[in-house]
Design a binder for this molecule. Structure first.
Ligand SMILES: COc1cccc(CC(=N)NC(=O)c2cccnc2OC2CCNCC2)c1
Length: 389
C-alpha cells in the first residue's frame, strides 16, 4: 500500500537497492516528443489547472498566501515555512525558466488557488555527466484537500510539462522517506538570538544553563574578522563563478553553474539571498565565498512573536581563509542582520564547522532524490554539492 504512486515511477525502487546489475544513469529513455501526452492530466471535476504567471503581482500573492497557510511545518507543527513573495519571484525565475512549470490548481467555481507545484531548469552534474534537470519544489496542497490523492496527479502533470521541454530527469528533496533517497542529510541550527528561540520553543534551555549564560555562550563580535571580507557585487560574478566551479567539482552531485546562473542565484538580493567574498588586500584575488538565503518561518501560536527569522547556509568556498573563520564571519553578518537562527545541512564540508561554531543538531532529516536517474552507490552528505531552496 505504501508508496503506491512512487512504485509506478522511474525512480530507484527499494527492492533494487544493492542490485549492482542495474546500470548507473537514466532509468527510462526519453519518449519521442510526439508521444508525450499533449493534454493535461485529468483533475477531479471541481478543479482546474492554471499556470501561475510569477511576473504578475496578484498571482505571486496568491501563491504566497497558499504557501503561507498550507506549506511545510516542522514535526511538532510549531513552525511553518513562510517564503516571501520576493523570494518566490527569485526562486522560480532563474535563467531559462518555463512559466508552464509553475502549476496551480484552482476551484472552478470560486477560482481559489488550492494547490501548487513548481519546477525550474538546472544543469546538474552527476559524477562526470552534466544532466539537464528540473528542480521540483513548493509542492503544496491546501490543508482541507489532503488525502484526496491530488499530489500524485500534480507530480504527473509537472513531469509531463517537463517532458514537453525534452527534459527527462529531476531533483527534489523531502522531509519524508520515499523510494529512494540518494542521500539523507541531517539539519543543524546555530542560535543567534537564543532568548527568542527559547521563548518560541525552537530551542530549550540547556541542562544546568541559565538564560544569561546561554546568551553569553552564543554571543558574536559586532564586526567580521577576515580582512578583505565584503559583500559580493556584479563585477565579482566571473571570479565567483571560477571559484565555485572549481570547488563544486569535488562533489558527486553538484550544479554546473555558469556566469548567468551565478549572477541569478548568488548576487545579493535584500531579504532573499546574501553573498560575501574575501578579496585579498594584496593581490585583489577572490579567495573565499560564503552565502545564505532568507527563509522565515511563521511561529504558530506564540503570544510574543509571529515570525522566526532564519538564514539558511547556501554555497560556501574556502581556499585561503579557514572555513571556520569564514563561516564565523557569516554568522556575524547574519546576527547583524537580525536573524534569529542560522541553519545548515551536513552537506559538502559543512560538518567541519557545525560542531565547532556551536550548531546544534535539528530533530529532522532532509532526503535528496533524483527522478529517472539511478545512482549505483548512495552518496554521503559530504559528497553532495547541491543545496535546494
Ligand atoms: C523552523 O521552521 C521550520 C518550518 C518548517 C519545517 C522545519 C523543519 C525542516 N523541515 N527544515 C528543513 O527542511 C531544513 C533544515 C535545514 C536546512 N534546510 C532545510 O530545508 C530547506 C531545503 C529544502 N526545502 C525547505 C528549506 C522548520
Amino acid at each position: 500500500k505504501q508508496h503506491k504512486f512512487w512504485e509506478t515511477q522511474p525512480v530507484g525502487q527499494f527492492k533494487d537497492v544493492g542490485n549492482s546489475g542495474l546500470p548507473e544513469g537514466p532509468i527510462e529513455d526519453p519518449t519521442p516528443l510526439s508521444e508525450v501526452k499533449q493534454e493535461p492530466y485529468n483533475l477531479p471535476s471541481l478543479y482546474e489547472w492554471v499556470t501561475c504567471d510569477m511576473d504578475n503581482e496578484e498571482t505571486c500573492a496568491e501563491v504566497y498566501n497558499l504557501l503561507t497557510n498550507n506549506y511545510v511545518e516542522d514535526d511538532e507543527n510549531m513552525f511553518r515555512f513562510n517564503y516571501s513573495k520576493e523570494f518566490l519571484g527569485w526562486a522560480l525565475r532563474p535563467p531559462g525558466y518555463f512559466k508552464s512549470w509553475h502549476i496551480g490548481v484552482k476551484v472552478r467555481a470560486s477560482k481559489k488557488l488550492v494547490a501548487f507545484i513548481a519546477g525550474v531548469p538546472a544543469r546538474i552534474r552527476v559524477r562526470n555527466e552534466v544532466v539537464s534537470m528540473a528542480e521540483i519544489n513548493f509542492l503544496c496542497v491546501h490543508k482541507k484537500l489532503r488525502s484526496k490523492r491530488l499530489a500524485p496527479v500534480m507530480i504527473k502533470e509537472v513531469t509531463r510539462r517537463v517532458h514537453l521541454e525534452n527534459i527527462w530527469q529531476a531533483a527534489y528533496t523531502a522531509g519524508v522517506v520515499l523510494p529512494t533517497p540518494i542521500t539523507t542529510c541531517q539539519y543543524w541550527h546555530r542560535s543567534l538570538n537564543p532568548k527568542k528561540l527559547i521563548d518560541v520553543g525552537f530551542s530549550r534551555l540547556g541542562a544546568r544553563m541559565t538564560m544569561s549564560r546561554t546568551i553569553k555562550l552564543y554571543k558574536l563580535p559586532d564586526s567580521t574578522v577576515t580582512s578583505g571580507f565584503r559583500k559580493m557585487e556584479l563585477r565579482d560574478v566571473p571570479a565567483v563563478t571560477r571559484l565555485l566551479r572549481e570547488y563544486l567539482a569535488q562533489f558527486v552531485v553538484a550544479p554546473d553553474f555558469d556566469e548567468n546562473d551565478v549572477e541569478h542565484w548568488l548576487l545579493p538580493r535584500e531579504d532573499v539571498v546574501d553573498s560575501y567574498l574575501v578579496e585579498s588586500p594584496e593581490t585583489h584575488e577572490v579567495t573565499d565565498f560564503c552565502s545564505f538565503y532568507a527563509l522565515p518561518s511563521s511561529i504558530l501560536g506564540n503570544q510574543n512573536y509571529s515570525i522566526l527569522k532564519a538564514a539558511y547556509s547556501y554555497y560556501n568556498v574556502s581556499t585561503k581563509t579557514p572555513l571556520l573563520r569564514l563561516m564565523n564571519d557569516a554568522l556575524i553578518v547574519a546576527k547583524k542582520k537580525d536573524y534569529d537562527v542560522f541553519n545548515a545541512l551536513d552537506v559538502m564540508e559543512n560538518e567541519a564547522f557545525l560542531k565547532e561554531l556551536k550548531f546544534g543538531p535539528g530533530d529532522g532529516q532532509l532526503h535528496y532524490y533524483l527522478y529517472n536517474y539511478r545512482l549505483q552507490n548512495a552518496v554521503k552528505p559530504s559528497e553532495l554539492g547541491l543545496v535546494l531552496l
